[in-house]
Design a protein around this ligand. Structure first.
Ligand SMILES: [Zn+2]
Length: 127
């Protein structure tokens, strides 16, 4: 069985709004599509279920956005992807914008683990 370790969650924020993201503070998030990359070596299913639940205790940066935005789709990536940072690099290379620097990327050198596209955009990776 393939071990899935990384994921990319695509969210749609219907209307632009200011959102307070924990200690990072308040930021205006324009309407459009947001792609969040993360890792969960164990319990990726429960992590994904958590992202899709609107009622949860806020723990990660993404919790503040995922409780306001609507999930569109999700892709899981196998362990040999290397790291979620590589998925973030793809999104940046495809023109994704950083709305809030350091979102989800406190533990690495990525500008962000959340990328914004004003219009829809495919999830990274082959269909
Ligand atoms: Zn990273």
């Amino acid at each position: 069985m393939v071990g899935y370790k990384f994921y990319c969650l695509k969210l749609n924020l219907f209307s632009g709004q200011e959102i307070t993201v924990g200690k990072k503070g308040r930021e205006y998030f324009p309407p459009g599509f947001y792609f969040y990359v993360g890792r969960a070596q164990k319990g990726i299913r429960s992590r994904v279920a958590r992202h899709l639940s609107s009622h949860k205790k806020k723990r990660w940066h993404i919790d503040y956005l995922s409780s306001r935005a609507f999930p569109v789709s999700l892709r899981l990536y196998p362990e040999n992807m290397g790291s979620e940072c590589q998925i973030a690099e793809i999104l940046a290379a495809e023109g994704g914008e950083v709305i809030m620097p350091g979102f989800g990327s406190s533990d690495c050198n990525c500008p962000s683990h959340l990328y914004y596209f004003p219009g829809s955009h495919p999830l990274p990776g082959k269909e």
